[in-house]
Design a protein around this ligand. Structure first.
Ligand code: HEC
Length: 110
């Protein structure tokens, strides 16, 4: 199992596939840790269910074009007012929620 490669072709390819799987199911997932559940529990306070809330200066995830490995970075280590999740979530959960967050984007072929 590939873990958390920061520079990242194969890990992100794998995630892209998972993202595609999530999208075809319209957000419900079985292939991964439930990214939606992780998101709802940890992220909607600032980002909102649709990614657009923008509380505490949170970026609008529906228009974010950030690629998956940068998302994993930000979720893991935090950024400005965003909480670092490395001691809160497992690597699998972070990957799953990063993948889920990609699905919130309107321009999601990044
Ligand atoms: C305490 C509020 C808060 C919580 C909770 C939070 N975020 Fe954020 N998030 C932010 C802020 C603020 C930024 C903007 C950081 C910056 O660039 O200054 C951000 C940025 C991001 C970005 C980068 C978007 C971009 O285009 O730059 C992603 C992706 C993201 N958050 C995902 C998540 C996920 C997934 C979770 C849950 C695991 C989460 N966030 C929880 C506040 C939060």
């Amino acid at each position: 199992m590939t873990l958390f490669a920061v520079s990242c072709t194969s890990a992100s390819d794998e995630i892209e596939k998972q993202v595609a799987a999530v999208r075809t199911k319209g957000g419900a997932s079985s292939a991964l840790v439930d990214g939606m559940a992780v998101y709802r529990k940890n992220c909607i306070t600032c980002h909102g269910a649709d990614g657009k809330l923008g509380l505490n200066g949170a970026k609008d995830l529906s228009i974010s074009v950030l690629p998956i490995h940068d998302r994993i970075q930000i979720i893991t280590n935090g950024k400005n007012l965003m909480t670092p999740f490395k001691s809160i979530l497992s690597e699998e959960e972070i990957k799953a929620v990063a993948a889920y967050s990609l699905g919130l984007s309107n321009q999601s072929d990044k």
